[in-house]
Design a protein around this ligand. Structure first.
Ligand code: KG4
Ligand code: ZN
Length: 371
């Protein structure tokens, strides 16, 4: 059994977890501690990076201690320390990665610098032992991508949003309609009482080939429709939410249909699996649509439990454990001493695309590719 401590601080959750991986490669969550900062940011209607970074500094030691206690392991019994090294809000990423480096140095354990997106991408292997290759739909507040997960460390981006992430579109739409933060769950609740056919909202980019998506125009269309209805009553808010959610489900459904077709062309001998991850995967309308589309392709749909879909440290510990196990198989000496993990010079990165080869949709900025 290899035991890995994972640390996640890239957004507004301060999280630590201990995950063990056995000889057969199966993962076991020994603890999964999360302190959500939602209350600290609610008054601002979104995450304030400086508030998040300060809160991470205050919380991180206690959260790590709690994760070790709940797992009933001492720091000395840990085989490796994994932390999110990006992409994310840089202040938070610095706090988590520097804490991991300090622990790795003091305890003489290997450091594993994990890409947050890889954590989301590999979660299905922790929860469902999903075998490579599979198709991943990552839908969160910061990312909306189709990825081909070919193997450990081998990812190909098939499509991405060219503007807002879906979670971002939910959050901004909620704010615009006066619904509480975080917006995704508020919009979904309001939509239950709404008429999805009342507002004919656009389904952007569906006439284009490929798998790219766009959601900024949809959000603007909601604003335009709301302005025409002023003063907006509760029923109109519900109808706007239902119409908005239906448009998103349509876009995701059509794109997933195409993505599964592509997967089958690439891997004709493999039974297709689609994994959905990220906070938006909690949305029932989207889940139902994905299940329907998967069925038409005789594909398996895997949706990890909600607490492992949203940001958490178990996914970071698991990604670290997968890498540590692979490295230890190649070189058993890695487990003695911190010098054999990732380079202690590894830098925190605000941007870090999983697929290093695909062209950036926004072009490469000073800090690297945005998407
Ligand atoms: O993965 P996550 O916890 O954090 C990152 O962005 O990495 O995702 C948070 C996002 C937020 O934008 C939130 O509004 C959205 O997931 N979300 C939902 C639902 N629950 C959370 N969006 C739609 N429907 C939901 N039920
Ligand atoms: Zn995330």
């Amino acid at each position: 059994m290899l035991k890995v401590l994972g640390i996640e601080t890239s957004c507004d959750e301060t999280a630590a977890a201990v995950v063990a991986v056995d000889q057969a490669g199966c993962g076991h969550i020994l603890s999964n501690t999360i302190h959500s900062q939602i209350e600290d940011h609610a008054a601002f209607g979104g995450v304030v990076p400086e508030i998040a970074a300060r809160a991470h500094i205050q919380l991180i030691d206690g959260v790590i201690q709690q994760a070790l206690q709940e797992a009933d392991v001492s720091a000395a019994e840990i085989d490796g320390i994994a932390a999110t090294a990006g992409p994310g809000l840089i202040g938070g990423v610095i706090v988590g990665l520097m804490t991991a480096k300090a622990m790795a140095q003091a305890l003489e354990k290997p450091l594993i610098a994990v890409n947050h997106l890889e954590g989301h991408a590999l979660t299905a292997r922790l929860t469902n032992q999903t075998a490579f290759p599979y198709l991943l739909l990552l839908v969160s507040g910061g990312h909306t991508q189709f990825l081909l997960v070919k193997g450990l460390g081998s990812y190909e981006r098939l499509g991405t949003t060219i503007d807002d992430a879906i979670g971002e579109a939910f959050d901004k739409t909620a704010k615009m309609l006066g619904l509480p933060y975080p917006g995704g769950p508020s919009v979904e609740t309001a939509a239950k009482k709404g008429d999805a056919t009342r507002f004919p909202l656009p389904r952007p980019l569906l006439d284009r080939p490929g798998l790219d998506m766009s959601f900024a125009g949809l959000k603007t269309a909601v604003r335009t429709a709301a302005l025409k209805e002023e003063p907006v009553n509760d029923q109109t808010v519900a109808d706007l939410c239902a119409s908005f959610q239906a448009a998103i489900a349509d876009v995701i459904g059509k794109r997933t249909d195409r993505a599964l077709g592509l997967f089958k062309e690439r891997y004709p001998q493999t039974a297709p699996t689609i994994v959905v991850a990220g906070g938006v995967a909690a949305n029932n309308a989207i889940r139902e649509r994905l299940t329907e589309v998967a069925l038409t392709h005789s594909a398996t749909m895997v949706a990890p439990p909600h607490r492992l879909c949203t940001d958490n440290a178990a996914m970071i510990a698991w990604a670290g454990a997968e890498h540590l196990r692979a490295k230890a198989q190649a070189n058993p000496d890695i487990l003695s001493g911190n010098g054999n993990g990732d380079d202690m010079q590894v830098a925190p990165r605000p941007r870090w695309p999983l697929d290093q080869l695909s062209q950036s949709v926004f072009g490469s900025g000073r800090k690297g590719a945005k998407v």
